[in-house]
Write a protein that binds this ligand. Structure first.
Ligand SMILES: Cc1cc2nc3c(=O)[nH]c(=O)nc-3n(C[C@H](O)[C@H](O)[C@H](O)COP(=O)(O)O)c2cc1C
Length: 188
C-alpha cells in the first residue's frame, strides 16, 4: 500500500491533554505505511464570523485548509465538553466547511476517537463530531469506536498510553482508516 499521510487533529488546547496524548499514541500504533502528523493550528483559528469570511479567509484558516487538503486522511480526537465536542473544534470544522461548496473536508476519510476521565469515554461528543464531519463532507470511518473512558487509569504520568487494550483498539481504528481510504480511492 502507498504511504498514507494522516493529519491528526486534537480538540484540546491544554498541554497535559489526554486527547493530545491519545494522538501521540496513534503515531506509535499506526500500521506500516501510515504516518501521523499532529496539526498545531487549532489555537490560531479565529471565531467564525460571516463578515470576516466575506472579506476573505483569515491566514490561519487558509493554512488549515491547506493542511486538510494536503492530508491523505484525518484522525480527529476529541474531548467531551457538556456532552458534545469542544467549541474550538466545532469552530475549526465550521471554518473548514466554508466557503459553501468548498469544504476542505469534502471527500476526506476521517477516523475519530476521544478520551475522558469520566466513565462515558466521549461517546456523546463523538456522536456529534461524526455528524458534524459528515455534514462538512467527510467520510467518517464507522468502526471500531475508540472510547477511552477513565483516562487517568489509561495514561501514565508522562502522558503515555499504557493500557494495552486501548492501544489495540486504536491500532484497529487506524487499520480501518487505511482500509477505507484505499477502498474509497479505488472507487470501490
Ligand atoms: C467545559 C467542560 C465540560 C466538560 N464536560 C464533560 C462531559 O460532558 N463529559 C465528560 O466526560 N467530561 C467532561 N469534561 C471533562 C473533560 O473530559 C476533561 O477535562 C478532559 O480532560 C478534557 O480533555 P483533555 O484532557 O484532552 O483536555 C468537561 C470539561 C470541561 C472543561
Amino acid at each position: 500500500m502507498a504511504d498514507l499521510e494522516v493529519l491528526g487533529i486534537a480538540g484540546s488546547l491544554r498541554a497535559g491533554s489526554y486527547n493530545r496524548a491519545l494522538l501521540r499514541a496513534a503515531g506509535e500504533v499506526a500500521p506500516a505505511g501510515m504516518s501521523i502528523r499532529a496539526w498545531d493550528g487549532l489555537r490560531d483559528v479565529p471565531p467564525y464570523d460571516g463578515d470576516v469570511e466575506a472579506r476573505g479567509l483569515p491566514a490561519a484558516v487558509e493554512a488549515m485548509h491547506a493542511a486538510l487538503r494536503g492530508a491523505g486522511a484525518l484522525l480527529v480526537v476529541t474531548p467531551e465538553y457538556n456532552h458534545s465536542l469542544p467549541g474550538v473544534l466545532k469552530n475549526a470544522i465550521d471554518w473548514a466547511s466554508r466557503p459553501a461548496g468548498k469544504s476542505s473536508l469534502a471527500g476526506k476519510v476521517a477516523a475519530i476517537a476521544g478520551a475522558s476521565p469520566g466513565p462515558m469515554g466521549t461517546v456523546r461528543a463523538q456522536m456529534d463530531l461524526r455528524r458534524t464531519l459528515a455534514t462538512a463532507g467527510a467520510f467518517v470511518v464507522p468502526a471500531p469506536e475508540v472510547l477511552v473512558a477513565n483516562a487517568s487509569q489509561k495514561f501514565d504520568a508522562d502522558g503515555r498510553l499504557v493500557d494495552e487494550a486501548t492501544r489495540r483498539y486504536l491500532g484497529k481504528l487506524l487499520a480501518a482508516l487505511a482500509s477505507w481510504h484505499g477502498r474509497l480511492e479505488a472507487g470501490a
